[in-house]
Write a protein that binds this ligand. Structure first.
Ligand SMILES: Cc1cc2nc3c(=O)[nH]c(=O)nc-3n(C[C@H](O)[C@H](O)[C@H](O)COP(=O)(O)OP(=O)(O)OC[C@H]3O[C@@H](n4cnc5c(N)ncnc54)[C@H](O)[C@@H]3O)c2cc1C
Length: 294
């Protein structure tokens, strides 16, 4: 934990007016006076635009001259400017993880009209942020090796396209599909809305591509059962279901489907009945006569 020379924490709190975005609804002066009473707060200030260059310079000057150890900026959402302020405090010598933001714009001034209540809420958010920052510890980014391989679950058109993009970019791809074949819903369509393109003309070349691309390991009739590890270092367990055919001898004649005592269908079929595409779960229902097209 970073400390000042005499071992005390020195927190600087900065309340932003955000033009009138905040100051119209929140009494920023009252909030700054309150912040000064909080434990370990060494100074608190208000400023028109904390995110501006002079606003950031103000913080940096205080860090250098007053020896601030932690910084709280009370302004907009951290999504907007957390990185801005982390960079500013780091440039002045404070670890960027000893910085915290209180969002008194999106969470206060933009959603309240009662100034007294809004000011009270802003004080509470700032108090919580001051307590939090005083417990934060210095962090130092590290660079570690990661396994850049990609695992994609589901080989519909989205999974196929993603797999091809990653594979072409040079990544090793594991494409896992729970059904016996790739293609997903699109494999059942004649034309695709809204362009009325021929679905098979778009899909089938891509189905072939994922099957032969050297960077893609295609695992059909397979399901992910376990995921261990963390980003860059996952270990995934995939269950390959029994096909009951010798893949090396298979010539796609389809005789095994008729002969197989197990149900080898996908767990649904899309059939066209009276010009409507309908999903059917029970394979026996798929035998309902299909209405002629056109
Ligand atoms: C009747 C119908 C008509 C449609 N018409 C159109 C149209 O004209 N135009 C259009 O743009 N869109 C249309 N859609 C939507 C269309 O389905 C999608 O745009 C597109 O097919 C979705 O592709 P996808 O890859 O995201 O999903 P899907 O095609 O659903 O593919 C998902 C794949 O993931 C697999 N999967 C799921 N869970 C797992 C798991 N746990 N492990 C492994 N694999 C898994 C599935 O088996 C499947 O192969 C239609 C949808 C339906 C139902």
């Amino acid at each position: 934990m970073e400390m000042s020379e005499n071992g005390k924490k020195k927190i600087g709190v900065y309340i932003c007016h955000c033009g009138t975005n905040i100051s119209q609804t929140v009494d920023v002066k009252a909030v700054a006076e309150y912040a000064w009473t909080l434990p370990d707060v060494h100074l608190s200030r208000t400023y028109q635009y904390m995110c501006s260059d002079p606003g950031q310079a103000l913080i940096q000057k205080d860090i250098e001259e007053q020896g601030l150890t932690h910084v709280v900026v009370s302004s907009c959402s951290p999504l907007m400017h957390e990185r801005t302020f982390r960079r500013a405090v780091a440039e002045a010598g404070v670890n960027p993880y000893l910085f915290a933001m209180a969002n008194i714009r999106e969470q206060v001034s933009w959603v309240h009209t009662d100034k007294a209540k809004a000011t009270e809420k802003a004080k509470r958010l700032i108090a919580a942020t001051v307590f939090r920052v005083s417990r934060q510890e210095e962090l130092f980014p590290e660079t570690v090796d990661v396994n850049p391989a990609v695992l994609i679950i589901g080989a519909g058109i989205a999974g196929i396209e993603a797999a091809l993009k990653c594979a072409i970019a040079g990544k090793k791809v594991y494409l896992v599909e729970k059904e016996p074949s790739v293609g997903g819903h699109m494999a059942f369509f004649d034309k695709t809305f809204p362009t009325l393109d021929c679905a098979a003309c778009i899909l089938t070349p891509k189905m072939v591509d994922v099957g032969i691309h050297p960077n893609i390991e295609l695992l059909t009739w397979s399901e992910v059962t376990k995921v261990d590890g963390y980003i860059g270092n996952f270990t995934v367990t995939v269950k390959k279901k029994a096909r009951h055919v010798d893949i090396d001898l298979c010539n796609s004649c389809g005789d095994c489907v008729e002969a197989c005592p197990a149900i080898m269908y996908p767990d649904f079929k899309v059939v066209e009945i009276n010009n409507r595409l309908i999903k059917q779960k029970d394979p026996s229902e798929a035998k309902v006569p299909v209405a002629p097209r056109g």
